[in-house]
Design a protein. Structure first.
Length: 66
């Protein structure tokens, strides 16, 4: 499986991002800081919907409670 790191990596060492791999019928996603752990997989339409949602509603650590 060929994993690609996001070009929008966070600050620091650039390790605060996800990696994706394109499979025949799925898109796999894993944490770049823990590549040996389990990956999630999505159908192409579900992955597109996720990315579109994140673009529209960006997540930020500033929004975390506490």
């Amino acid at each position: 499986m060929h994993w690609r790191k996001s070009t929008y990596s966070g600050g620091g060492d650039g390790d605060t991002c996800v990696e994706i791999a394109t499979l025949p019928n799925r898109i796999a996603v894993r944490d770049s800081k823990a590549p040996a752990r389990a990956a999630l997989s999505f159908s192409a339409p579900a992955f597109t919907a996720l990315v579109d949602h994140l673009k529209e509603h960006p997540w930020s650590e500033a929004r975390l409670p506490g």
